[in-house]
Design a protein around this ligand. Structure first.
Ligand code: UD1
Ligand code: CA
Length: 450
């Protein structure tokens, strides 16, 4: 049996925030959710999150993770005190307990898996992740005997100058034999600079305790302030972009691009500078995205070009060209071989194949057929101040420049709408619709008016 406990009861004073520290987002997920996810490979039987400060907020934020149990630590008297709260919920539990700080979001699932493996193969009472840091300041220091077994962990603030020179640090990631840990928890004291119950003190009473160095010390970066949050974001981004480049994606200027770890890309996608891909976005082979794009929760089929545009919650079919300066949002479906751009906004609309909306338009709540040509400055007036209404435009219809469709309205196939028309009634197929004042010319008017 395996249980995981995540320490998330502290306020995180150094963040200087109204939001509890562990709820700060790192890309697509909060710190605490990332900590939970780092145990994905070990299939824990129980997952417990220890909450205290703004615990209900944390509970709400993790609502979608059904397996998670919450344990309250009313007063935050230290990391050891947090684990003491587990004695009751884990009363009948036998097996190993993984403990993670909720503010360690970059841990790889493989690292946790290896920790558990080392722990179980050596039948340790406790095994902890350690790292040799060039700058160990702020972390607890780990001291070992000649057999590489841990004898003591001393917090930075409790170290004397000599001890402070030890660069081997405690990552705050542990695997314990729960029964052995439970027996020694009552021995914890508050005999330290902060007068807190330190979980790290249990190594004084447990035997054997083994330290396992991480290969990549960036993994165990703890987040205490917003500078560390930003640098963790950088580490995460580098990981994501490097893995996509290794998988066959061209990223022209990686430093100017961000890609959330929820995004999926195919081989031979090219990402140009200043482009940001977020959420549940899937981009197929041959697409060229950027420069200057933001795409979230959208699906792009093969060979699409997007230039200086914002796309959210949309589906786009192959070979379509978008931009420069298009905004697609709120459930747009765009067909194959379309062209959309030069200051065009499309909202909640379905657009057929080979349809062009190439200049200065707003299309909202509309259904457009195939091969429609939307003239420059065409607007669907979809909102009457209370409700939204649909506009339907049939195949091969051409809307003149600066035409307005006052919805609800239906335009048939093969219609031509004259430039500058305000269309308030349905138009049957094959017709010409003109809805504007006929031009009058008063000759000699200039002279007369003087
Ligand atoms: C802790 C370790 C330190 C280690 C470092 C790694 C202890 C005493 N020290 O220090 O050796 O190098 O992590 O990042 O354990 N928390 C609670 N309840 C409490 C106190 C804290 O749930 O009463 C939670 C916090 O919300 C946080 C985590 O425990 O998520 C760690 O607490 P923090 O105060 O950040 O510990 P560090 O000083 O970083
Ligand atoms: Ca910390």
């Amino acid at each position: 049996m395996l249980a995981v406990a995540i320490l998330a009861a502290g306020k995180g004073t150094r963040m200087k925030s109204k939001l509890p520290k562990v709820l700060h987002p790192l890309g697509s997920k909060s710190l605490v959710e990332r900590a939970i996810n780092s145990c994905n490979l070990v299939n824990p039987d129980r997952q417990l999150v220890i909450i205290g400060y703004e615990g209900d907020k944390i509970q709400n934020a993790l609502n979608h993770l059904q397996e998670v149990e919450f344990v309250e630590q009313r007063e935050q008297l230290g990391t050891g005190h947090a684990i003491i709260q587990l004695i009751h919920p884990l009363e009948n539990f036998t097996g190993d307990l993984i403990v993670l700080n909720g503010d360690v979001p970059l841990l790889r699932p493989e690292t946790v898996q290896n920790l558990v493996k080392t722990h179980q193969e050596n039948r340790n009472a406790a095994t902890l992740l350690t790292a040799n840091l060039p700058n160990p300041k702020g972390y607890g220091r780990v001291f070992c005997d000649k057999n590489n077994l841990v004898t003591q962990i001393i917090e930075d603030r409790d170290c004397n100058p000599l001890q402070q020179q030890n660069q081997r640090i405690n990552a705050g990631v542990y695997c314990f034999n729960w029964q052995k840990l439970r027996e020694v928890l009552p021995k914890l004291s508050t005999n330290n600079d902060q007068q807190e119950y330190y979980l790290t003190e249990v190594v004084d009473y447990l035997n054997p305790v083994m330290a396992k160095d991480v290969d990549d010390y960036l993994e165990i970066s703890g987040i205490n302030d917003r500078r560390q949050l930003a640098s963790a974001y950088g580490i995460l981004q580098r990981r994501i972009k490097e893995s996509w480049m290794m998988a066959g994606v061209t990223i022209v200027d990686p430093d100017s691009v961000t890609i959330e770890d929820t995004v999926q890309l195919d081989i031979d996608v090219t990402i140009e500078p200043q482009t940001h891909l977020r959420g549940n976005t899937i981009i197929a082979s041959g697409c060229k995205i950027g420069p200057g794009c933001l795409i979230e929760n959208s699906q792009l089929d093969e060979n699409i070009n997007v230039l200086y545009s914002v796309i959210s919650d949309s589906k786009i079919s192959a070979n379509t060209k978008i931009g420069p300066y298009a905004h697609l949002r709120g459930d747009v479906e765009l067909g194959e071989n379309c062209r959309v751009g030069n200051f065009v906004e499309i909202k909640k609309s379905s657009i057929g194949n080979k349809t062009n909306i190439a200049h200065l338009s707003y299309i909202g709540d509309a259904t457009l057929g195939n091969q429609v040509n939307v003239g420059a400055g065409t607007i669907t007036a979809n909102y009457d101040g209370v409700n939204k209404h649909p506009t339907i435009i049939g195949d091969r219809t051409k809307t003149g420049s600066n035409s307005v469709f006052v919805a609800p309205v239906t335009i048939g196939e093969d219609v031509t709408v004259a430039a500058g028309s305000v269309i308030t009634h349905d138009v049957p197929p094959q017709s010409l619709a003109i809805a504007r004042e006929r031009q009058r010319v008063i000759e000699g008017w200039a002279k007369k008016s003087k």
